[in-house]
Design a protein around this ligand. Structure first.
Ligand SMILES: C[S@@+](CC[C@H](N)C(=O)[O-])C[C@H]1O[C@@H](n2cnc3c(N)ncnc32)[C@H](O)[C@@H]1O
Length: 435
């Protein structure tokens, strides 16, 4: 639509300008009639701003504008010495390539604002109490537990899409700086995939699926269990949890530090309050078999509809531990309405050097029904329900990957392994028909 409006306005102004007093059209004088160019450029800008161009097209268009307009026009105006106004007008065109550059920034999901390149660390992170807690994380937590801070840093630096007020406090300075450096480098290199975008899309996918699962239950009254909750703050972020009891399961040391950090946030941050009906933290190791019992002792009701959130945890477990966790959850389908939301790595994703990942599944959509789930839906980053306006560049890695058959383990274009992250939604209930 804006394109049509733009096109019509160009034609109108140019024809009008080239009409003589008798209503006849003059010979082409458009090079001199600078007023006819103004609407044509503004309409082009409106059009290009509205349609979503991949960053490479933005770059090509920017270069084209630069070479066609901002250089020849002033030169022509000076050489001809006819219309000084052309010179003035040409100078007005100079910012156009900058605008294109800005548009490319929006393309890969980051704000175009150059100030963003500066990392702003909240004052609260420099207080003694908070510094002591982060020192404990560094000294006493293993890399598995510290992965919770890395994901929180992702949410903190993608706060323009994930509105997590306290993610930076939970992540800590070190993880914020590390990720910020990577993002800065990616942006300066005009990378198609900016670091942290996976965390952003993954978080938004889980948010949207939790909301959908609660909307579909009567009065939104379901329990939500976050296994390996880490520094997750959904109980404080999502209003859709207002009728839900939330259970966060993680190692005791993780939950202890998290609780104290959040207490500091509550005391010093205005309007930072819990949104869930209740929040219960359950210290447990999901590799053991007693975690369901610990959950129940904390108030979990086995017969109540439950949404299980396994975000960023399965692949840290061994194959047998991960399958055991999935089986425990799948068995709940025989008792009550059960929704499982989980992300799975495929095999090539776990084979990175120094990888601490173990469990993988190339076909979770085949494996979960065999455990007892009746409906399984699998998405990949960049699919319509896992895009969130952050995957517009059709040539970015995720879009390229999801167009390849899932059985393919190596990318035929460049020989790189097809590392995929599957976002999976599965459900089941006592009266289900197993397909
Ligand atoms: C990558 S973090 C993800 C945290 C959170 N789900 C998120 O997306 O921000 C993994 C979390 O799983 C927890 N975790 C890993 N293995 C666990 C286990 N065996 N029992 C309980 N928690 C575990 C870690 O402590 C860590 O907090």
């Amino acid at each position: 639509m804006p394109f049509l409006v733009g096109l019509c306005s160009v034609c109108f102004f140019r024809l009008k300008r080239n009409q003589n007093g008798k209503g006849e059209y003059r010979k082409n004088k458009w090079m001199h009639s600078w007023t006819s160019w103004v609407p044509s450029f503004s309409s082009t800008i409106i059009t290009l701003d509205t349609i979503e161009l991949p960053s490479n097209i933005g770059f090509v268009c920017g270069s084209l504008f630069l070479s066609l307009t901002t250089i020849p026009l002033p030169v022509g105006a000076i050489l001809c010495r006819k219309r000084p106004i052309n010179l003035l007008y040409s100078l007005l065109l100079l910012p156009i390539p900058l605008w294109f550059k800005d548009m490319s920034g929006k393309e890969n999901g980051m704000p175009g604002d150059p100030e963003w390149l500066e990392l702003k660390i909240p004052q609260l992170l420099f207080t003694d109490r908070v510094q002591e807690l982060h020192a404990i994380i560094e000294k006493e937590w293993d890399c598995l537990q510290r992965s919770a801070c890395q994901t929180a840093a992702g949410r903190a630096l993608w706060k323009h899409v994930i509105h997590d007020q306290v993610a930076d406090l939970l992540a800590g300075e070190k993880y914020l700086r590390n990720l910020h450096e990577k993002i800065k480098t990616d942006r300066l290199n005009n990378a198609r995939e900016v670091s942290g975008v996976i965390i952003a899309v993954r978080t938004l996918w889980f948010d949207s699926k939790i909301q959908a699962a609660l909307d579909s239950s009567s009065g939104g009254e379901a329990q939500v269990v976050l296994l390996g909750a880490g520094m997750d703050t959904r109980a404080y972020r999502l209003s859709c949890l207002k009728d839900s009891d939330v259970f966060e399961v993680d190692f005791p040391e993780v939950l202890r530090v998290k609780t104290t950090l959040l207490q500091a946030a509550i005391e010093s941050t205005e309007h930072f309050r819990m949104k869930a009906k209740s929040l219960i933290r359950v210290a447990a190791d999901v590799r053991e078999t007693d975690w369901p019992e610990k959950l129940q002792l904390s108030g979990f009701l086995p017969e109540k509809k439950t949404v299980w959130v396994l975000e960023g945890i399965l692949y840290y477990l061994s194959h047998s531990n991960a399958m055991q966790v999935l089986k425990i959850i799948a068995d709940k389908c025989a008792v009550t309405q059960t929704v499982l939301l989980a992300d799975f790595m495929n095999k090539p994703s776990t084979t990175l050097a120094d990888s601490i990942f173990h469990f993988y599944s190339d076909w979770p959509d085949h494996m979960l029904p065999s455990l007892g789930f009746s409906h399984v839906r699998l998405s990949q980053i960049g699919d319509p329900d896992a895009d969130f306006g952050l995957m517009n560049d059709q040539l970015n890695l995720f879009n390229k990957l999801r167009r390849l058959p899932r059985s393919m383990q190596t990318n035929p274009d460049d020989g790189t392994p097809c590392r995929r992250l599957y976002l999976v939604e599965a459900s089941g209930s006592p009266n289900q028909e197993i397909p």
